[in-house]
Design a protein around this ligand. Structure first.
Ligand SMILES: NC(=O)c1ccc[n+]([C@@H]2O[C@H](COP(=O)([O-])OP(=O)(O)OC[C@H]3O[C@@H](n4cnc5c(N)ncnc54)[C@H](OP(=O)(O)O)[C@@H]3O)[C@@H](O)[C@H]2O)c1
Length: 295
């Protein structure tokens, strides 16, 4: 099977490349990076993506294209809307068009950053609150991708893992601070359903095999606050939890508006794959084994 991972230098992209190493997997990124081998990472100019990838895909037609490109920094999305729009929307629609032309199965990785209603978990049809440019550009891409190409899977998720390219991921920050016994403030009013990138990668392949299309929540089946997540991680990794403090995310008019209750309901994917999504403890276990393996 031929798999194209777009954005091979990121948290998700770099881990998918390693996870899918037994397939013909190739990355397409704007740069090289320490977390991906150069021989699998093809550099492309994303402002000319239709021509550059179109030419490449004419001779190497991928069965599966996974879009992991995004501008995930909420502040940068507020400061530079054209860049957020380009990274989160325009690249996505160009990829959907290329996937359609090549009849490849298209996985577009979206977000969970849509809910601020205090509810514990949300299904795929729930009303969304688009509070910032990140959410707005990601949501616009979901709609456009499905309009362009019906054979697309839109994945709403919350990912956790090791980025290993110098830009610390949330989980790397957490583990590094815990291991150095530094103070850690974690929100008790910010909820997500995190899944490790490796568990997510395995599920994406099952979706491809079943040819699932449309919007799916793929995440942990539970929702947890950042504080409770940190406490569970400290226990599993045998770190002292005395330096972990509860804090409240308070929004005011000058701060970026963030959705706070992002938990996802995974019933739809569980039914269609006949597979339970992982509980939080299974997610932390998978991260623990990855950390111990340390490759
Ligand atoms: N991280 C999370 O907590 C989280 C939560 C929910 C959903 N998601 C979604 O999961 C997906 C993967 O996120 P991630 O955490 O892996 O992101 P990441 O680590 O920031 O990686 C993003 C990738 O996109 C590339 N990229 C960004 N802007 C680009 C542009 N204008 N042109 C070309 N390439 C560009 C980056 O390249 P460089 O390495 O060169 O910057 C990198 O390869 C995204 O769709 C994101 O919205 C993430």
């Amino acid at each position: 099977m031929k798999i194209a991972v777009i954005g091979g230098t990121g948290l998700l992209g770099s881990n998918l490349i390693k996870l899918f190493k037994n397939y013909d997997v190739r990355a397409f990124s704007r740069n090289h990076s320490v977390n991906i081998e150069e021989n699998v990472n093809n550099l492309i100019d994303f402002s000319n993506i239709t021509i550059e990838l179109g030419t490449y895909f004419n001779s190497w037609c991928p069965d599966l294209i996974i879009n992991t490109v995004a501008l995930v920094d909420l502040q940068k999305c507020e400061d530079d809307l054209p860049l957020a729009n380009f990274s989160n929307y325009e690249i996505s629609i160009n990829l959907a068009e290329l996937a359609k032309k090549n009849n490849s199965y298209f996985i577009h990785v979206s977000t969970d950053h849509y809910y601020n209603d205090g509810k514990y978990r949300h299904n795929e049809n729930e009303n969304v609150s688009l509070l910032n440019n990140y959410a707005k550009t990601k949501y616009k891409a979901e709609e456009a991708v499905l309009n362009i190409y019906k054979k697309s899977l839109i994945v709403r998720t919350n990912i956790i893992g090791f980025r290993k390219n110098g830009k610390e991921s949330f989980f790397e920050w957490l583990i590094n601070n815990m291991s150095k016994e530094l103070n850690i403030n974690l929100y008790e009013n910010f909820f997500t359903s995190p899944i490790s990138v490796n568990l997510l990668g395995g599920i994406l392949l099952k979706c491809y095999k079943k040819c699932l299309v449309g919007i799916y929540n793929i995440s942990s089946c539970e929702s947890i606050s950042k504080y409770d997540f940190g406490m569970k991680v400290s226990k599993r990794f045998s770190f002292d939890n005395k330096k972990i403090k509860k804090t409240i995310l308070i929004q005011n008019e000058s701060s970026i508006q963030r959705a706070l209750t992002l938990g996802l309901n995974t019933s739809k994917i569980e039914k269609d794959l006949d597979l339970k999504m992982p509980k939080i403890e299974e997610v932390i276990d998978s991260l623990y084994y990855e950390y111990k393996k340390g490759d």
